[in-house]
Design a protein around this ligand. Structure first.
Ligand code: ADP
Ligand code: MG
Length: 592
C-alpha cells in the first residue's frame, strides 16, 4: 500500500480504537460499530470472491448462518466453549463452501448467481423447518465468548474483539492477494485461457476464493451468535445476502478498503431507513430492502466501480510498487533442455474442424532442439488454431502431438505448460488491471509452491523474492524494465506483446510459441526482438513463430512451415521457401 492510503488507514483504525473512550459516546454507537465490523468481515470475503475472482454470490448470508448455527448448537447443546467452536465453524463453512462450489461454480453466466440464491433459500427454509435448528423460533441461551478466562460480555469488549478480527481478516486478505495464489485469483479476470496456459488451475482458484469468502462469513456468524446470544434464520436469508453484496459493490468491489467503507455505509443507512421509511409511509414493513435492491441495481448499472476508486483518486496515491528483484535471490531454476538434434515437438496428421470448416487439415512437422521454426501463411490459414492445438487450449479433431517422446494429445493446457511449453497470444491476453511486473510473474506460477495459507501468513517472502527477481530479469530482457510498475493496459499494444514474451520466458520454457510477436513494433524494436530471440534460441530453447513480417521471418528462422487454407503447402529453409512456386503463388505472390 502506498503511504497516503496507509496513513488514512491507520488514522481510521486509530479513530475506531478511540471511539469507546470518547466521553459521551452513546453505547448505541458502539453497538452499531460492532455490527459494521462483523459485516465488514463478510464484505472482505466478497471483495475477494466477486471483485477479484469475478464470482457473483447472492448467498453469503448462508455462510454467516453456517458459522452462527455451528457455534449455537455446539455451545448450547454440547457444552463447548465458544473459543473452541470458532475453528470448527470455519472448518464446516469451508468444507460446505468447497462442496457447494464444486457443484455450482461450473455454471456460467447468470446461472451461477441464480444458483447461489437457490442455495441460500434452501438453507433458510431448512433451518426454519428442522427441529435440529429449532425451526423459526431459533436457538437461544447462547453463552458470551470467553477467551483465556476473559469474558467478552460487555459491549465495548465485544467491539474490540470484532474490530481485532476485522483487522486480522484485512491483513490476511491483503497478504493473500499479494501472493502467488492471489495472483492466480486475480488472473481470472484476464480470462481463463491465458491463466490455464501458464499452469493455473482456474477452476481451483475460483473454488478457493469461494471457500475463503465462506470461511470469513462464518467468522462473522460466530461473532454474531455470541453477540445476539440468540439466533433464528432471518439474519441469514437472501435479503441480508443482498445487503452484503451491496456493501462490497457500493464501496468498490475488489478493493478491500472499499468493502469496509461499504459495510459502514450500508449498516448506518439501513439503520436510519428502518426508522425513517415506516414513519414516512405511515405503515410497518421492511422497506429498506426495496431501497437497497434499487440502489444495488443503480450502482451495478451506472457506477460498477463503486465509491472506493473515486476516493482513492482524491488521495492521488500511486499504484503499489512491486517488490524489487533482490540481486541475491537464487538464480532461475533451469529445466534440463534437450540436447542438439533431439526432437522437441512432433506434430503429425494434425487436424481441427469447426463445424464444417476444416481449420487445420493434416499438418505434420517437427521442431528440433535449439531451432527457430516459422509457421507462415495468409490470414485464416490455421496458424493460431495450430498453436491452440499444440498448447492444449483447443482439443484436436485428429492427429498426434508429442513433446519429446511424450504424447500430449488430449492433455489440458495447464498440464502441457508443466512440460515447459510457453506461449504468447495473437490477441494479447494480459490481466488489464494488474501491474506489468505482476503479469510477468504469472509466468512463474508453476515454479512456485507457496499455498494460500503460506501467502496469507507472509511465509512466502523468499519464494516471492525469487519469483520477482526472475520477472524483473525477463522484463529487462525485453527492454521494458522501466515499465515494471505501470498498469499493463496502459502500455502500447506492441509493448504488451513484449510483456507477454517476458511472461512466457518466466516459465523457463523448453518450447516457446510466439503468435505474431512483432506486430505493432517499430523497426528498431523488431531488430531488438530478433536479437533477443536469437539469444533465447542459443540458450537451447526452441521457438515456433507465427509472423507476417517477411524480413523478420526470413532473417530469423532456421526452417519454415507454410500453411494455406488449413493445409500444409511446403516446408524448408527460408531460401528454398522463397523460391517455391506454390508458396509464391499462394502467399508471397499476393504479398508482393
Ligand atoms: P490464422 O492464425 O492462420 O490467421 P486461424 O487459425 O486463426 O488462422 O483461423 C483458421 C480458420 O479457423 C479461420 O477460418 C477462422 O475463422 C477459423 N476459426 C478459428 N478459431 C475458430 C473458432 N474458435 N471457431 C470457429 N472457427 C474458428
Ligand atoms: Mg492467427
Amino acid at each position: 500500500m502506498s503511504s497516503p492510503s496507509r496513513l488514512a488507514g491507520i488514522a481510521i483504525l486509530a479513530l475506531a480504537v478511540a471511539l469507546p473512550f470518547v466521553p459521551g459516546v452513546p453505547a448505541y454507537w458502539i453497538t452499531v460499530a460492532s455490527y459494521i465490523a462483523m459485516a465488514a468481515i463478510v464484505a472482505l470475503g466478497i471483495a475477494v470472491l466477486t471483485g477479484v475472482a469475478g464470482v457473483v454470490s447472492f448467498g453469503q448470508a448462508m455462510f454467516v448462518g453456517f458459522g452462527a448455527y455451528t457455534t449455537a448448537i455446539l455451545t448450547t447443546r454440547y457444552g463447548w466453549s465458544p473459543a473452541a467452536t470458532l475453528p470448527v465453524a470455519m472448518l464446516i463453512a469451508g468444507a460446505l463452501a468447497w462442496g457447494i462450489g464444486a457443484i455450482t461454480l461450473r455454471l456460467k453466466g447468470h446461472y451461477l448467481p441464480v444458483a447461489t440464491i437457490a442455495w441460500n433459500i434452501s438453507f433458510f427454509y431448512l433451518a426454519g423447518s428442522l427441529d435440529f435448528f429449532r425451526r423459526f423460533d431459533g436457538i437461544s441461551g447462547i453463552p458470551p465468548i470467553s477467551l483465556l478466562g476473559f469474558s467478552v460480555s460487555d459491549g465495548v469488549r465485544f467491539y474490540f474483539l470484532a474490530l481485532g478480527l476485522l483487522v486480522l481478516a484485512y491483513v490476511l486478505t491483503r497478504n493473500l492477494l499479494d501472493s502467488r495464489v492471489g495472483r492466480a485469483m486475480r488472473s481470472l479476470r484476464g480470462g481463463a485461457l491465458a491463466a490455464e496456459s501458464f499452469g493455473i488451475d482456474t477452476g481451483r482458484a475460483r473454488i478457493l476464493a469461494f471457500v475463503y469468502a465462506g470461511v470469513l462469513a462464518a467468522v462473522s456468524g460466530w461473532l454474531y451468535a455470541h453477540f445476539q446470544r440468540a439466533i433464528n434464520p432471518t439474519p441469514f436469508g437472501i435479503t441480508v445476502s443482498i445487503d452484503y453484496l451491496l456493501m462490497a459493490v457500493a464501496g468498490g468491489v475488489g478493493h478491500l478498503g472499499g468493502a469496509i467503507l461499504g459495510a459502514g455505509l450500508v449498516t448506518v443507512v439501513r439503520d436510519k431507513l428502518q426508522d425513517l421509511l415506516p414513519a414516512l409511509l405511515g405503515t410497518q414493513g421492511n422497506f429498506e430492502t426495496i431501497v437497497f435492491g434499487i440502489v444495488l441495481i443503480l450502482i451495478l448499472q451506472f457506477a460498477p466501480e463503486g465509491l472506493w476508486p473515486h476516493l482513492r483518486r482524491r488521495f492521488a496515491s500511486k499504484p503499489r510498487r512491486a517488490p524489487p528483484g533482490a540481486d541475491d535471490a537464487p538464480a532461475s531454476r533451469r529445466r534440463t533442455l534437450p540436447g542438439p538434434g533431439e526432437t522437441v515437438l512432433a506434430v503429425s496428421g494434425l487436424r481441427k474442424t469447426f463445424g464444417g470448416l476444416v481449420a487445420v487439415n493434416d499438418v505434420s512437422f517437427t521442431v528440433q532442439a535449439g531451432e527457430i521454426v516459422g509457421l507462415i501463411g495468409p490470414n485464416g490459414a490455421g496458424k493460431s488454431t495450430s498453436f491452440n492445438l499444440i498448447t492444449g487450449v483447443l482439443p484436436a479433431s485428429g492427429g498426434e502431438i508429442a513433446l519429446g517422446l511424450q504424447p500430449i494429445s488430449g492433455w489440458p493446457a495447464r498440464r502441457i505448460a508443466r512440460l515447459g511449453v510457453a506461449r504468447t497470444f495473437q490477441h494479447v491476453k494480459l490481466v488489464h488491471g494488474m501491474s506489468v511486473i505482476d503479469n510477468v510473474a504469472l509466468g512463474r506460477h508453476l515454479l512456485g509452491h507457496a499455498s494460500a495459507v503460506r501467502g496469507a501468513l507472509r511465509l512466502d517472502r523468499a519464494e516471492e523474492a525469487a519469483i520477482f527477481a526472475e520477472a524483473h530479469r525477463q522484463l529487462a530482457r525485453v527492454g521494458l524494465a522501466d515499465h515494471a510498475d505501470a498498469v499493463a493496459s496502459e502500455l502500447a499494444l506492441g509493448q504488451q506483446r513484449l510483456v507477454e514474451i517476458a511472461r512466457a520466458l518466466c516459465l523457463d520454457p523448453v518450447l516457446l510459441l510466439l503468435d505474431e510477436p512483432a506486430a505493432g513494433l517499430r523497426h528498431s524494436e523488431k531488430v531488438a526482438l530478433a536479437d533477443l530471440l536469437r539469444k533465447v534460441r542459443d540458450s537451447g530453447v526452441s521457438i515456433l513463430l507465427v509472423e507476417h513480417d517477411m524480413d523478420f521471418v526470413m532473417g530469423l528462422t532456421d526452417r519454415l512451415v507454410v500453411m494455406n487454407f488449413g493445409a500444409q503447402l511446403a516446408q524448408g529453409r527460408p531460401a528454398e521457401i522463397q523460391q517455391n512456386p506454390a508458396v509464391l503463388e499462394a502467399y508471397l505472390g499476393s504479398a508482393a
